[in-house]
Design a protein around this ligand. Structure first.
Ligand code: KG4
Ligand code: ZN
Length: 353
């Protein structure tokens, strides 16, 4: 199964074998193109995908030591994401599947992130709780043995990755902000600045990061315009800690509420070194089995898309040549709780991308 990913600013192609093993995983990042704008420029993203897609796919096939004729099926991200960027991947995949006469499966990007929890350890148990933390999503799901998901809670405003990116911008750090905050926070010599943490009723599994952002803004206004690198590091470390503690507290509360003993944390923010440490400490203390994808599978990649596509085929769902981009789709909780976005594939999808 060849997977193709182009929902945002990474062009990815990867191949998984018949047993789900990753045979190759090629990612071309556009960060250098977007960094001077402080965020992803959709038009530039689409053009860059177009320019490099064929090379990335060719490399994925070569690295797997295969030829095009060995491919049995294709999977491509159909959404959520940037419309122009998605179109490049979907149109490439449609043409390629037609030429090779192999089936093509459309994959929800979030289902891809969720599938990444099983890429390194196919025996990770179900049911479990999955926390998806990416640039556009902070969503807690209970995933059942059959693979369907129930949404337990999500963010009321910004996603965790967005909070990292916007915080980094305020601190004068480069885009993408998550890795930048992660790096400078580790250089802090003094104590991290203390930031308020989002508090909500005990059983509530919602997140909110907009207050934290405002708090950083007010801290910065009270400081001189030019900060020392130590000041930036202490602010970054405290800001990161506030995000990490809320994510960890809610994730383990969800595990308890869902009555399971396994937690998977996936998406770009799961690459955060402090988050990984605190999650591992908590999991050990509470006897919870934890799945944290290897770094290459945390941020956007096509191995997770191929894995999710393979699962779709194994579940007996017929591929259709009629796949279209769905920039605003959300992921697949079959039975959402009242007030949450509708399941993907159903009418009334609402966007959190
Ligand atoms: O999953 P992803 O690659 O793309 C989306 O689906 O959105 O996630 C990207 C997000 C960005 O907001 C980026 O700043 C964040 O993941 N990120 C991190 C780290 N690496 C990437 N956030 C915190 N710490 C990191 N090390
Ligand atoms: Zn992603």
């Amino acid at each position: 199964m060849l997977g193709i990913e182009s929902s945002c600013d990474e062009t990815g192609a990867a191949i998984v074998g018949v047993h789900g093993e990753v045979l190759s995983n090629v990612v071309s990042s556009q960060s250098p193109i977007h960094t001077k704008y402080g965020g992803v420029v959709p038009e530039l993203a689409a053009r860059a995908h177009l320019g490099i897609m064929d090379l990335v796919v060719t490399q994925a096939i070569e690295q797997a030591r295969l030829t095009r004729g060995d491919l049995g099926a294709l999977a491509v991200t159909t959404g959520p994401g940037l419309a122009g960027a998605l179109l490049v991947g979907v149109n490439y995949a449609k043409a390629f599947s037609y030429a090779l006469r192999v089936p093509l499966v459309g994959v929800n990007h979030l289902e891809g992130h969720i599938a990444s929890a099983w890429l390194a350890d196919a025996s990770f148990p179900l049911p479990c709780v999955v926390l998806v933390v990416s640039g556009g999503h902070t969503h807690l799901y209970r995933r059942e043995r059959a693979g369907d998901c129930q949404l337990l809670g999500c963010t009321r405003d910004d996603a965790a990755g967005e909070a990292f990116d916007k915080g980094a911008q305020m601190l004068g750090l480069e885009y993408p902000g998550g890795p930048a905050i992660d790096r400078v926070a580790r250089q802090a010599k003094a104590k991290p600045t203390v930031f308020p943490r989002f508090r909500s009723p005990k059983n509530n599994l919602e997140f909110s990061f907009s207050g934290l952002k405002t708090s950083l803004l007010y801290r910065l206004r009270a400081l001189p315009e030019r900060l020392t690198s130590e000041q930036v590091s202490c602010l970054a470390a405290g800001y990161q800690e506030a995000i990490v503690q809320v994510l960890v507290q809610k994730a383990f509360a969800a595990v308890a509420q869902a009555g399971v003993s396994a937690l998977a944390v996936v998406g770009g923010v799961s690459a955060n070194s402090r988050l990984r440490t605190v999650l591992q400490e908590h999991a050990r203390r509470e006897g919870v089995q934890l799945s944290l994808p290897p770094m290459a599978f945390c941020t956007d990649n096509a191995a997770m898309i191929a894995a999710a596509g393979r699962q779709t085929l194994l579940n007996g769902i017929n591929p259709s040549s009629e796949i279209e981009i769905r920039p605003t789709m959300t992921t697949g909780p079959r039975a959402p709780r009242a007030g949450y976005p509708a399941p993907f594939g159903m009418k009334g999808d609402s966007s959190h991308s």
